[in-house]
Write a protein that binds this ligand. Structure first.
Ligand SMILES: [Zn+2]
Ligand SMILES: [Zn+2]
Length: 324
């Protein structure tokens, strides 16, 4: 009498297991598809010439690498390989200008070990990090008094870009209004910046007109040498900084618009999992990648610097050496 219910139970269990495995296989298949290559279309760019810039002769640019996260190309852009290890550099950029020196992002600061605990657990599970010398210590070692800085310009307020702010007390922190609101919003992705409390924030506006396909701009020193544009998506107030040096070389400091150059060269957005983990608005990020890819196609000599592309940042002169 007991045999029949037991076999019926077994059969039901087998069936449930088979359905579960099918669902799992389907889910994994669907997830795998989100990592496959998908090239974004590149819209035409109306501008045929670069905007005018008159950088002063003393102007320079230097990179300050502060460490790295170690991950996989697959997480950085659609079509990236699983088998390819990638270093995500953590690099601040110092732009010297006679009217005021600006540090773009901080990279890892002195307190990174404690701060890293606050990043999303899946990000921690999928990557490891290694420390270099914090930007403040590199500046000091190079005889540079950080109090000279007119500001730290944040490409956005994610923890790996603001980590070194406490090492630079009193230095104004430049953000736009949208990023200020994001910092104050209670979002987990801006928690570290918020934990620093009342910093000497300098909130700027994009009072200038269109710039290379971006709708608005902020010409910091009025000479076209440092122009900030809104590039929302990765965070609500993410920016791109266009820098012109006296040599005529142009740079675009991209923040986390893309994590690796392939994001613009293909161009390709981050895979779904990465977008879900880190992007406030994946669609906005995609639109700005396409905008920037159009600029890259029209002006291939412009040096593109994604914050975390170690190959791109290693090509920059390392502080105290300078690009002119
Ligand atoms: Zn970020
Ligand atoms: Zn970042």
């Amino acid at each position: 009498m007991t045999a029949r219910p037991a076999s019926g139970y077994k059969w039901r269990m087998k069936k449930a297991l088979a359905v579960l495995l099918m669902v799992l296989a389907f889910g994994l298949g669907a997830l795998a598809l989100t990592f496959t290559a998908a090239k974004l279309p590149v819209p035409p760019l109306a501008e045929t010439a670069l905007p005018k810039a008159a950088p002063p002769a003393e102007m320079t640019l230097s990179a300050l690498p502060t460490g790295a996260m170690h991950s996989r190309a697959a997480f950085a852009y659609r079509g990236g390989r699983w088998g390819e290890a990638r270093d995500f550099g953590m690099t601040a950029v110092l732009v010297h200008h006679p009217r005021g020196d600006l540090l773009f992002d901080t990279g890892f600061g002195r307190d990174v070990d404690r701060q890293a605990q606050g990043s999303p657990w899946l990000v921690r599970a999928l990557s490891k990090y290694s420390k270099g010398t914090p930007a403040a210590d590199q500046l000091a070692a190079g005889g540079y008094d950080a109090r000279r800085l007119a500001g730290v310009v944040l490409t956005h307020v994610h923890w790996d870009h603001v980590s070194g702010l406490p090492d630079l007390p009193g230095v104004p922190v430049w953000i736009d209004e949208a990023e200020r609101d994001f910092t104050n919003s209670g979002a987990s992705m801006s928690a570290l910046a918020r934990s620093f409390g009342a910093l000497p924030y300098h909130v700027y506006r994009f009072e200038g007109g269109p710039y290379l396909g971006f709708p608005r701009s902020h010409d910091v020193w009025g000479d076209g040498s440092v122009v900030l544009v809104p590039a929302p998506g990765h965070t609500p107030g993410s920016i791109i900084a266009f820098i012109a040096l006296p040599s005529g070389t142009r740079y675009a400091l991209l923040g986390d618009l893309v994590w690796q150059m392939e994001g613009l060269e293909i161009p390709a957005e981050r895979p779904w999992l990465s977008r879900t983990l880190v992007d406030a608005d994946g669609g906005g990020a995609r639109e700005n990648i396409q905008r920037m890819a159009a600029i890259h196609a029209r002006f291939p000599d412009m040096r593109l610097v994604p914050s975390h592309d170690a190959h791109a940042t290693e090509k920059l002169a390392r502080f105290p050496a300078v690009e002119r």
